[in-house]
Design a protein around this ligand. Structure first.
Ligand code: SF4
Length: 332
């Protein structure tokens, strides 16, 4: 029998539970140039309360990106100092922490809003080089891993998507070609840094075989773990859970077919459902987002009581308003 509070291996890490905290937005990002104390307090509460692994909120690869106002930015001057302090907080409680990195708008080499099909080879190399520089900074700041968010609606998800990518060169066409830019990136990051590389990618609910092949290729070319998601996260956070089932089935299949850890994207919010799911499937790791926004310490209550359900109402207010806090808790 699997239990969410099993101590378990996740690649090279020993986790205290099977629950992965995935970050959403960061509305408390800076004050006078520094991260706000509330951010450090939140990470302390997360890491002291039985979470297995923490994945940060979005860290924008580029300044002035679409979601910069609601995310961390790797480019701000005190990044290294603040994030070393943040990763130390996690490590004091023996919790590994990964940095989630992505960008939405492609503005490189003096050009604005470059489309997937208009990227030159120089643009591709610039993006890869910017990721590699970011990965080195993350490693120096004490992060254990980097999550390449190549899913949701971020730019690299479009490079992989056959509907968006109509290129006729070696970065377009076959799935292997559409993944080439990411695969080259994974290999370079692993060569240059000690970071664990996690890839968060979109499953295609209409083409399970393609989703499986993406997982196989990412594993083959060096990804250390995978997280499955969909283009628009809240779709599978619906109250009726209909969308969730699509993700469960493909995550179950991929978990059984690759040898790296696979994380089910969010949606579940009670201990019994999660334990039922992991015991009737190959799924071993479940990510949660909004329950941690509502209350960063709920896992300790579940562990103590042997049961529990998040009080998050799944209203998605924090998602759409892009806040790292819950309006229900703030108004209490
Ligand atoms: S209740 Fe709504 S705003 Fe609060 S954490 Fe849950 S989804 Fe977010």
């Amino acid at each position: 029998m699997k239990d969410i509070f099993d101590k378990c291996d996740f690649g090279e890490f020993k986790l205290k539970s099977r629950i992965i905290r995935t970050g959403l937005w960061e509305s408390q990002n800076r004050q006078h140039g520094y991260l706000k104390p509330e951010v450090f307090l939140r990470y302390e509460r997360l890491s002291k309360n039985n979470v297995g692994l923490i994945i940060t909120e979005l860290i924008s690869l580029y300044p002035h990106d679409k979601f910069s106002d609601y995310s961390h930015s790797i480019n701000y001057p005190l990044f290294m100092k603040d994030f070393k302090y943040l990763t130390d907080i996690c490590h004091e409680s023996d919790v590994p922490v990964f940095a989630q990195v992505a960008f939405a708008n492609c503005n490189v080499n003096g050009k604005q809003m470059i489309g997937v099909n208009d990227l030159t080879l120089e643009d591709i190399r610039q993006i890869q080089s910017d990721y590699i520089i970011a990965a080195r900074s993350l490693s120096f700041a004490g992060f254990d891993g980097i999550q390449l968010n190549i899913g949701n609606n971020y730019f690299l998800s479009k490079v992989i998507d056959a509907k968006e990518n109509r290129r006729s060169d070696k970065y377009g066409g076959s799935l292997g070609n559409r993944l080439r830019m990411v695969i080259e990136l994974i290999q370079a990051i692993k060569k240059i840094t000690p970071l664990h590389v996690n890839c968060r990618f979109n499953v295609n609910p209409h083409d399970e075989e393609e989703s499986l092949e993406i997982a196989r290729l990412l594993e083959k070319y060096g990804a250390d773990s995978l997280q499955l998601t969909k283009p628009s996260s809240p779709q599978f956070f619906s109250k009726d859970c209909k969308e969730e089932n699509i993700l469960f089935d493909i995550t179950d299949r991929i978990s059984g077919e690759v040898d790296v850890p696979v994380i089910l994207g969010g949606g579940l919010s009670d201990m019994k459902s999660i334990n039922d799911l992991i015991n009737k499937s190959e799924i071993s790791f479940v990510s949660m987002q909004r329950p941690f926004v509502y209350n960063p310490t709920f896992l300790s209550e579940w562990k103590k009581n042997g049961e529990g359900a998040s009080l998050c109402s799944k209203c998605n207010n924090c998602y759409w308003k892009k806040t790292s806090t819950c309006h229900m808790v703030a108004e209490e």
